[in-house]
Write a protein that binds this ligand. Structure first.
Ligand code: HEC
Length: 460
């Protein structure tokens, strides 16, 4: 019966062609640019919509795609599309048509738009009628859940503070080993590199040599201290020359003074001028004395450290040195980018049959689930582990281990965690029965930080 229901839904979607949450399309358009997306290697056509675009800015943008703008052109001729991706603000939209017919790429196309681009995705009929059974791909490695690694100290290093003198370290992006040791000696960076998109990116400036400030022993001592701190944390998995495909943005072992490699936004995150609480952290007592910002302590640094005040002083001094002032970073709660977009997401009512059906079947859209939550309607959206993934009011939640296969929509009954999954709520016993007529929050993720369905349903 559920199958028939989904089929009806699919036919309905094709017939009415719902366009998802796309904003109204402004009439003004400078022109179009047809190019190949360097990341997905797929064809795209973008229009420059809204009053703030000029011929010069649109021409420059198209040149960045290695193509020449066609003034006055539109993307309407492309009929075979996966959907549209809209970037930017109302008076300056980049309105992208994603060309293609391969429905297995719908989920990665949507996430490419939303997660990397920060855009809004409106699926075409091809992707709007997605068969959840065939779409699982996120285009990213599966998030591996943090584990606690306990190892004997390296020869020549003192005994550890863990059981039997071992050194115990969480294998997690926000974790630290013991102060003075190196993270990668005690934990797996391979696991850490599954926990957020990892790619190489250049530093701010090539200021690798001869920073005269390093001749000042007091200054050099502070730089060396913070390097020691960072070397104890999982940040080195991507922010050092040990990262297998190159370092991401700043790197701790940059020659000269590594602080010169930061962009100003990175420095402001270090100083606690930007709220980075959405990135997640361990409680200090579980993390070898290290911690960083939380949603409750948003002015702490993004760095995982044993001495908040000292780290913030160091980064503030760099900002002052570059002539950057705090008013360039107006109070905002979106320091963690897409993670904050998710954490602060305002859901609306389900309108495509998502939710728990009368026979208990759970339905959702846009791909199979690795994480599924049914929560009170008043609950906040879940964020990243270890501290933000279990909001108040979770009635039922299961996780698929990273080695397991994601669970398709329609194959799950409310309260019955599928075989091979881990029930995270309730920890004991069974989920409470849903009250007929009451609203609940269904939150389904393809993987950590990659939501599929987030909406309110009314229990039958
Ligand atoms: C799995 C890889 C990975 C790990 C681990 C990681 N980062 Fe990053 N980080 C990145 C990538 C990728 C970027 C973005 C590079 C770019 O696009 O410029 C980035 C960027 C940053 C930036 C710069 C933001 C900006 O706008 O300039 C800061 C600051 C930062 N990371 C801090 C940290 C800290 C602190 C840790 C450890 C607690 C950490 N990162 C761990 C991958 C990682």
């Amino acid at each position: 019966m559920n199958r028939i229901y989904l089929l009806v839904l699919a036919v309905f979607s094709v017939a009415c062609g719902p366009k998802g949450p796309l904003p109204a399309k402004p009439a003004e358009n400078v022109g179009r640019c047809v190019y190949t997306n360097g990341f997905s290697k797929k064809g795209e056509c973008r229009e420059y919509r809204g009053s703030k675009w000029t011929e010069a800015t649109a021409t420059a943008d198209c040149k960045d795609q290695n193509k020449t703008i066609e003034l006055g052109g539109t993307c309407a001729e492309f009929k075979e599309t996966l959907g549209e991706c809209v970037l930017g603000a109302a008076d300056k939209y980049t309105w992208i048509t994603m060309i293609g017919t391969d429905a297995t790429t719908c989920a990665s196309t949507k996430r490419g738009c939303e997660f990397f681009g920060g855009g809004v995705f409106g699926p075409s009929a091809v992707c709007g009628a997605l068969d959840p059974d065939t779409s699982t791909g996120t285009g990213l490695p599966t998030f591996q859940w943090p584990e606690l690694a306990c190892k004997d100290p390296l020869p020549g290093e003192p005994a550890g503070k863990g059981p039997n003198g071992q050194v115990c370290t969480w294998e997690m992006i926000s974790a630290a080993t013991e102060e003075g040791r190196h993270f990668e000696d005690y934990a797996s960076c391979d696991r850490v590199r599954t926990q957020r998109p990892y790619y190489a990116a250049p530093t701010e400036l090539d200021a690798t040599v001869d920073d005269p400030r390093m001749a000042d022993p007091a200054y050099a001592a502070e730089v060396n201290w913070i390097k020691t701190q960072i070397n104890a944390t999982a940040c080195v998995c991507c922010h050092s020359t040990k990262a297998p495909e190159g370092s991401s943005n700043w790197y701790v072992d940059q020659p000269g003074n590594f602080l010169n490699g930061f962009f100003k936004r990175g420095l402001a995150m270090g100083a606690g001028w930007i709220d980075t609480g959405g990135f997640g952290t361990f409680p200090v007592e579980q993390n070898n004395g290290f911690h960083r910002a939380t949603p409750q302590t948003p002015t702490e640094t993004i760095f995982v450290t044993t001495d908040q005040a000292r780290v913030k002083r160091i980064f503030e001094a760099e900002l002052v040195h570059r002539g950057i002032t705090r008013d360039q970073f107006p109070a905002q709660s979106y320091g963690a980018g897409p993670l904050d977009d998710q954490r602060l997401y305002q859901a609306s009512d389900c309108d495509n049959g998502e939710g728990v059906a009368a026979d208990g079947t759970v339905n959702w859209r846009l791909g199979a689930a690795r994480y599924l939550y049914v929560m009170e309607a008043t609950s906040s959206p879940p964020g990243v582990p270890p501290n933000l993934d279990m909001p108040e009011g979770v009635l039922w939640r299961f996780d698929v281990p990273w080695t397991g296969a994601a669970v398709p929509s329609g194959s799950v009954t409310y309260g019955v965690s599928p075989e091979g999954t881990t029930q995270k709520a309730p920890l004991m016993g069974t989920a409470p029965a849903l009250v007929s007529g009451k609203k609940y929050y269904l939150y389904v993720l393809a993987d950590i930080a990659q939501p599929n369905t987030r909406c309110f349903f009314t229990a039958p």
